[in-house]
Design a protein around this ligand. Structure first.
Ligand code: SF4
Length: 394
């Protein structure tokens, strides 16, 4: 954020070091509130034992989900790990689990609540674990965008496609307007489907995934894409530009993947001759275009599993996952490095630390339901419709 923008918003940016440590909140990018109750001290030497004991006491009543980007100290207690959609489905397949503790961020817990049964309660250990990308598209902004599209006479030709990394409100908007959800694994299939339903796609909220899929995978040109900026009148676009576009990309991005640059790719190729560059499609288009392989977190893991001994890899995704993969495959002689030279954790993912997990598990074990994430029924119904369209994709 520039200083001018900060002044305009009248908020002070949180010092980066505090965000990286998982402390403090950035009011621009994070939803939620401070965690209620007494958190155990991070220096408590018994935290691991306390988490284990509380989980054991809860038994089958609790199911802990761990997103790939979570810290190791938390991942060790996950019953299952994966990307957000896989985790939500895993939770739905465990109806006997009354409590789903989601070690991830807010929109993931919402998706789990949408896909699990009414009797299952989803808990987010720290309510301030939001996602800056998901927060870049609010329900009001998207409704305004639809008015702009209607005014330009194109709304009827537009099919919304929303990335899983969006709030329940945005998923519901998508369901209501005949669209579908996509993940980074099935974005191509979702767009193929959408272009069978209409002539244009409104892609929310990650411009990079939308652009990369349209241009790299589907052969569209960069000129087929326009970017709708919710902070400008009419999205900063003329009616003619909207009429000419095939892909209307929401101006959102992931603050973690957005940090990788073409320089990061060139630099690592110079430092490590023969390195394979493997990046997530949330990276900028020039990074994706310069990479050797592009794919979701599941794709990244599978590619490294299949890689031969002695191969070298630079990975462009969140650092917790890259570090874990580097450790896991070191014994197989695979050299895995982080694509960028600077630290790149997801600060909001990192909010779920061991003290918050211990606090959530112990509270549940004592019969106190804390930090429940519950989507209202109407939103849930429309969001589910969009998710079901994704499940039905060929
Ligand atoms: S890595 Fe990016 S998209 Fe994922 S939770 Fe963090 S900010 Fe959101």
């Amino acid at each position: 954020m520039t200083t001018a923008q900060t002044r305009e918003l009248d908020v002070q940016p949180t010092p980066l070091a505090l965000l990286l440590l998982g402390r403090e909140a950035d009011p621009r990018s994070e939803r939620g509130v401070e965690c209620p109750g007494d958190l155990p001290s991070p220096s408590d030497p018994d935290l691991v034992e306390r988490a284990r004991a509380a989980k054991e006491k809860l038994g089958d009543k609790v199911f802990v989900l761990g997103h790939h980007y979570q810290r190791d100290e938390v991942i060790q207690f996950a019953d299952v790990t994966g990307d957000s959609f896989k985790l939500a489905r895993d939770a739905a397949a465990r109806p006997q689990a009354e409590y789903i503790v989601f070690c991830g961020v807010h929109f993931m817990a919402e998706s789990a609540d949408i896909l699990t049964g009414d009797e299952q309660k989803v808990v987010l250990p720290d309510l301030a674990a939001g996602c800056s990308m998901a927060d870049m598209a609010t329900a009001e902004q998207v409704a305004e965008c639809w008015d702009v599209l209607t005014e330009a006479g194109v709304a009827e030709q537009v099919v919304p496609v929303s990335y899983m990394n969006s709030s329940a409100d945005i998923k519901a908007f998508t369901g209501k307007h005949g669209g579908t959800i996509c993940t980074s694994s099935n974005a191509r299939r979702a767009l193929d489907w959408a272009f069978e339903q209409g002539e244009k796609v409104l892609f929310l909220p990650d411009q990079h995934l939308g652009r990369n899929t349209a241009v790299r995978d589907m052969g569209m040109s960069l000129e087929d894409c326009v970017v709708y900026n919710p902070h400008k009148p009419n999205g900063g676009l003329t009616a003619d530009e909207l009429r000419a576009a095939k892909m209307i990309l929401w101006r959102g991005h992931c603050s973690v993947h957005g940090r990788f640059s073409l320089d990061s790719v060139n630099d690592v190729r110079e430092r490590i001759p023969g390195v394979n560059v493997l990046v997530h499609p949330e990276c900028k288009h020039e990074v994706v275009a310069a990479a050797d392989h592009v794919g979701s977190t599941e794709y990244i893991i599978k590619t490294l599993e299949a890689a031969p001994a002695g191969s070298k890899w630079a990975i462009g995704t969140e650092l917790n996952l890259v570090r874990r993969l580097a450790n896991r495959f070191a014994s197989e002689g695979k050299e895995i490095v982080f694509l960028d030279k600077t630290v790149c954790f997801c600060s909001t993912m990192n909010r779920i630390d061991l003290p918050h997990l211990v606090w959530a598990l112990e509270s549940l074990a004592e019969g106190n339901l804390v930090n429940r994430i519950e989507v209202d029924k109407e939103t849930e119904a429309f969001a589910k419709l969009a998710l079901e369209r994704m499940l039905a994709l060929p």
